[in-house]
Design a binder for this molecule. Structure first.
Ligand code: NAD
Length: 260
């Protein structure tokens, strides 16, 4: 066997990974990628079709997956889901807070307060609740990993989506605060900010509008694929990424740095 020249592990094999919103889009791509890399994946979502299909896809390919119905907006569901994951898989080593919805609202909309609350209830509050609920697991081996999915809306703002923008900015604040709080346990907490990615969240936008936006606003002049975000999540989750914490990483085809 060839002698290894580096001691820092680039493998998540055997790690238990909890991914929220894993039934579709980037969560699904992340679940499939971690399974390919030998991790045991807790495929969680509040939609049973997604949970079932992604779990079957992983196990059908010889990987290890546990399907769990988990609604991130319901603390009881978080507790029940975690009990099941601990019973079946033993613990949680890596938490990926990914579940999300698009929440649009204009400042003069009558239901603005309701939309605001919905955005916080799905996109922000559950992130901290899941981190705290997994804390005992994450600090057990001194290399726990939390990856929070924010957005380029966490770095800037667009029209008609204030509640979403505020929640995604909040995810970045939570990431930095928790990176400070949890550093003493060797837990790293990082945020990934996807730009325009082709998923069920963006497929409602007309193809022509998507293409025009991508050509004008991203350096790479195209939408990204969910797998391209999943690979960044995997990179941060590696044991070898032990000195990366509190980082906010755009996976946006160069959208946020582009001036012209
Ligand atoms: P998606 O709609 O394909 O996937 C989102 C998943 O979250 C779905 O499977 C859905 O069932 C699940 N979900 C929604 N509410 C939930 C709840 N209460 N409990 C559990 N699961 C729930 O969308 P996506 O684009 O893959 O989104 C993943 C994340 O990426 C979201 O946080 C989203 O805000 C963020 N994001 C998306 C884009 C993009 O362009 N697609 C850009 C930036 C950020």
């Amino acid at each position: 066997m060839t002698r290894r020249l580096t001691k820092l592990s680039r493998s998540v094999a055997g790690k238990v990974v909890l991914i929220t919103g894993a039934g579709s889009g980037m969560g699904r791509a992340t679940a499939l990628l971690f399974a390919d890399e030998g991790a045991k994946v807790a495929v969680t979502d509040f939609r049973s079709e997604g949970v079932e299909s992604v779990t079957a896809e992983i196990t059908g390919a010889g990987g290890t997956a546990l399907g769990v119905l988990l609604d991130v907006a319901d603390p009881t569901s978080i507790e029940a889901g975690l009990t099941m994951i601990r019973d079946e898989l033993g613990r949680v080593d890596v938490l990926v807070n990914n579940a999300g919805i698009s929440v649009r609202a204009d400042p003069d909309d009558e239901d603005f307060d309701d939309r605001w609350q919905l955005a916080l209830d799905v996109l922000l509050t559950p992130h901290q609740q899941l981190i705290r609920a997994c804390l005992d697991d994450l600090r057990a081996n001194g290399e726990g990993r939390v990856i929070n999915i924010s957005s380029t809306e966490g770095l800037g703002a667009s029209r008609s989506t204030t509640p979403y923008t505020v929640a995604k900015h909040g995810v970045i604040g939570l990431t930095r605060a928790m990176a400070i709080e949890l550093a003493k346990y060797g837990i790293t907490v990082n945020a990934v900010c996807p730009g325009p990615i082709l998923t069920s969240m963006t497929e409602a936008i007309q193809a022509e509008h998507r293409e025009r936006f991508a050509r004008r606003r991203t350096a790479l002049r195209r939408y990204g694929d969910p797998e391209e975000v999943a690979h960044m999540v995997l990179n941060i989750a590696l044991p070898s990424s032990s000195y990366v914490t509190g980082a906010v990483i755009a996976v946006d085809g160069g959208q946020t740095m582009k001036n012209d």
